[in-house]
Design a protein around this ligand. Structure first.
Ligand SMILES: Cc1cc2nc3c(=O)[nH]c(=O)nc-3n(C[C@H](O)[C@H](O)[C@H](O)COP(=O)(O)OP(=O)(O)OC[C@H]3O[C@@H](n4cnc5c(N)ncnc54)[C@H](O)[C@@H]3O)c2cc1C
Ligand code: FES
Length: 273
């Protein structure tokens, strides 16, 4: 069992949980994730390691369905059944020059350890984060401390610039700003738009993919994604891939595979209808 140290609401439907998981914390690096199980009847769900501090790891989760809803009910001092990890490849953070880190929605929290690691490796870090509205802009202070330049966008203009993260990225690229790498994490559509934007400029672009994971160990095939015409498994080959080679249409279609079952599970429990 893994003790919950804190579980706090950051924004509507977004929570930050600190968990005592010493063995995971000892090995974890930016870009990796854990598979958690809330109780012995729970499903396994993947969540990115958003922070590592001594024996603790931090996860930031958005309520999307039954498991993430059940997580919100967990209190300090209680425990999670399983926290397995760190899983996936860590982000390779060499000094390559200027890295533009782009995050959308709950992906903003997932971006934080990556931006921090790129900065520690000696890179200049530009952060662009976007959310639907001001209330949903999370990790602003944390990210401003690990970036050289930071831009915020909201769909309704209630914080930062009105519009999408891609608008800011396009402006920077069009203005001739030197960017050696773009790293994107967030909704699949945002990562797809980012990849389409940087492709003509041949700016290397990585995307951290959120395909449906079941076992997280490369055995079940549920997380398969097509990258450069080859089949890859997000859990063991990723979650980061060359965004210019990812088949985002397939990724988005596969993300909907269990929609009916997920809706049904929420309905019978009376949540998120
Ligand atoms: C590598 C990786 C890292 C992730 N990191 C985070 C994170 O840090 N914070 C966060 O809020 N979310 C993260 N996600 C997404 C998160 O795993 C899902 O939101 C969660 O599993 C939803 O479960 P649920 O039962 O609450 O919702 P459900 O009703 O079961 O599903 C709602 C939606 O969540 C997604 N989802 C459901 N089950 C899975 C699954 N087993 N694997 C992947 N996606 C699923 C699907 O898009 C689905 O339509 C990550 C996903 C991946 C693949
Ligand atoms: S989650 Fe089963 S192969 Fe990746």
């Amino acid at each position: 069992m893994f003790k919950i140290i804190s579980n706090k609401k950051l924004a509507p439907q977004i929570f930050k949980m600190e968990i005592e998981a010493e063995l995971v914390a000892r090995k974890a690096s930016a870009g990796q994730f854990v598979m958690i199980r809330i109780d012995d009847k729970g499903e396994r769900i993947p969540l990115t390691i958003a922070g590592i501090d001594g024996k603790k790891i931090t996860i930031v989760y958005q309520v999307a369905g039954v498991s993430t809803y059940k997580l919100t009910k967990k209190k300090e001092g209680e425990a999670l059944q399983d926290v397995v990890g760190p899983l996936g490849h860590k982000t390779e953070t060499k000094d390559i020059g200027t890295v533009c880190c782009v995050g959308g929605g709950v992906g903003i929290a997932e971006l934080y350890p990556v931006a921090k690691a790129y900065r520690s490796a000696g890179n200049k870090v530009i952060v662009i984060i976007g959310a639907r509205n001001k209330e949903l802009v999370i990790f602003k202070d944390e990210l401003s401390k690990v970036s050289d330049e930071m831009f915020v966008t909201t769909d309704d203009g209630s914080d930062g610039e009105k519009g999408f993260v891609s608008g800011v990225l396009k402006r920077l690229v069009d203005s001739g700003k030197k960017i050696d790498l773009v790293y994107a994490v967030g909704p699949a559509i945002m990562m797809k738009v980012t990849a389409n934007l940087t492709r003509p400029y041949a700016i290397k672009t990585l995307a951290s993919l959120n395909s449906i994971l079941v076992d997280g160990t490369g055995m079940c095939g549920s997380c398969r994604v097509e990258v450069g015409g080859e089949t890859k498994f997000a859990c063991v080959d990723g979650p980061e891939f060359d965004a210019h080679k990812v088949n985002f249409e397939e990724l988005m279609a596969r993300q909907l595979l269990f929609k009916e079952q997920e809706k049904h599970a929420c309905k019978i429990r009376g949540i998120l209808q």
